[in-house]
Design a binder for this molecule. Structure first.
Ligand SMILES: Cc1ncc(COP(=O)(O)O)c(C=O)c1O
Length: 441
């Protein structure tokens, strides 16, 4: 086997600094007034590129370099940057007012489109982020069932509020046995009760998940399940198992599809053949603007209908369902036809297959996983089926590859995770990335 940990790290970093002096200066300026300079997800060593503009599948950094964007703003920009239909819809909405102190009508259009596309969604509510969506969906499940605990999967990410920040990336020496993971809160300042409110299930281990659910079923308000579609190897039968298991134990399922709408017109749940009780959405459905949504069965969601008096359930927000975000989201959804998904999925498959062929040919311990237009590259041998597998990948090798690819004109997700192809790409972009990964190896 070829060792993936080489000693070229400092050299790659030196070249990165030499190629991006303006980004370096922008970062120094930012860190004087914002802790860490940038939000957590943007940061990678020695500093992130500052991006001047984006257009189609390209971004241009402050130092004048043009890069193919396989990051797509954490997978949200499925149509690439500044798609003419999205820009036109935004301009049109802005020309009528940015925020109007009342419904603007456009949110109903997006709600209708979501209910039409996603079979399990009879009603939907909009908010500003995926974090808000999972918060409200969990709160609804707790209110309806009168139970407090939730079950989530080890390594699953559902945003940044207390209970979902449990066991997202627990240190392995605190994580307990793989088949019965400990509940570990690593969010500084989170309620000390948070860890005790979460039952942690292992991904892709049917027996262990069933054992834990059976044990806690009477205390559980919901199971929240994010299949980690761009990060773990996908087994549709496991998604089906999670829904069936929860139903057997009479526990509602919240399917976190915030990295959804990347496989087909009915979302990831149509691809997996499941019908969850509630679903959370984000990213793609806002066309690049801040958005979140949660929806599902009418009998659950109608608890938010206070038009005939208080129901005890409340969800609002100054900017929830913001008309500009709704207009951008609706324009984006209208572009996402079966043909566009077929194009995206073809490119995604070509990319993952091409990379895996390359790794096999070079005898490198690495793998590309994902589904539809999503992918991640992990430096490790074996299957990527759960958090324990992910925790043992070579992060330093992934980081060197990230910087090496920037040098060659390709911008991927931090740690080579949660990357995506976008609609304006074609085979040349995908093959170019495969060739560049080969060069960087
Ligand atoms: C599966 C999943 N759920 C929830 C979230 C949180 O969404 P947001 O960053 O919009 O709060 C994310 C964000 O990456 C996510 O990937």
């Amino acid at each position: 086997m070829v060792e993936t940990s080489t000693e070229c790290g400092p050299a790659v970093e030196e070249r990165y600094r030499a190629g991006s002096p303006r980004s370096g200066a922008a970062f120094e300026r930012a860190r004087a007034v914002m802790p860490g300079g940038v939000k957590g997800a943007y940061f990678y060593n020695p500093y992130p590129l500052t991006v001047d503009r984006g257009e189609g599948c390209y971004i241009h950094d402050l130092d004048g370099r043009k890069l193919v964007d396989f990051n797509n703003h954490h997978t949200a920009q499925i149509l690439g940057h500044n798609h003419p239909a999205v820009v036109a819809a935004v301009r049109e909405q802005v020309s009528r007012g940015i925020a109007l102190s009342a419904p603007a009508g456009v949110e109903t259009g997006l709600a209708e489109e979501m209910c039409r596309r996603v079979k399990s969604v009879e009603r939907i509510r909009f908010c500003n982020s995926g974090t808000e969506a999972t918060l409200h969906a969990i709160r609804l499940a707790r209110g309806v069932t009168g139970k407090t605990k939730i079950a989530k999967f080890e390594g699953g990410y559902h945003g940044s509020h207390d209970v979902v920040e449990v066991s997202v990336a627990p240190p392995l020496d605190k994580a307990g046995p793989a088949g019965a993971p400990h509940s570990v809160s690593t969010a500084g300042g989170a309620s000390p009760n948070a860890a005790g409110e979460v039952v942690v299930l292992p991904y892709n281990d049917e027996n262990a998940a069933e054992r834990l659910l059976a044990r806690y079923r009477n205390e559980l308000a919901c199971v929240i399940f994010d299949p980690r579609a761009g990060i773990l190897a996908q087994r549709p039968e496991f998604a089906q198992f999670v829904c069936d298991m929860a139903r057997r134990h009479n526990v509602p399922v919240i399917f976190d599809e915030i990295v959804g709408f990347r496989v087909g017109t009915g979302g990831l749940q149509a691809h997996f053949g499941i019908e969850p009780d509630l679903t959370t959405f984000g990213k793609v459905i806002g066309g690049g603007f801040p958005v979140g949504a949660f929806g599902g069965r009418a009998d659950l969601m109608d608890r938010f209908d206070s038009s005939r008096g208080p129901t005890g359930f409340f969800q609002s927000g100054t900017f929830s369902g913001h008309p500009v975000a709704m207009a951008a989201g609706l324009a984006t959804m209208n572009q996402l036809t079966p043909d566009v998904f077929a194009h995206l999925n073809r490119l995604g498959t070509r990319l993952r297959n091409g990379l895996n062929h390359l790794f096999a040919e070079r005898d490198v311990d690495a793998t590309a996983v994902g589904v539809g237009s999503l992918f991640s590259i992990h430096f490790a041998g074996g299957k990527m089926l759960n958090y324990r597998h992910l925790a043992r990948t070579d992060k330093a090798a992934a980081h060197r590859m990230l910087l090496g690819l920037i040098e060659q004109g390709y911008f991927l997700g931090n740690g080579l995770l949660m990357c995506a192809v976008s609609a304006p790409m074609d085979e040349r972009h995908v093959d170019g990335l495969i060739e560049s990964v080969g060069g960087a190896l």
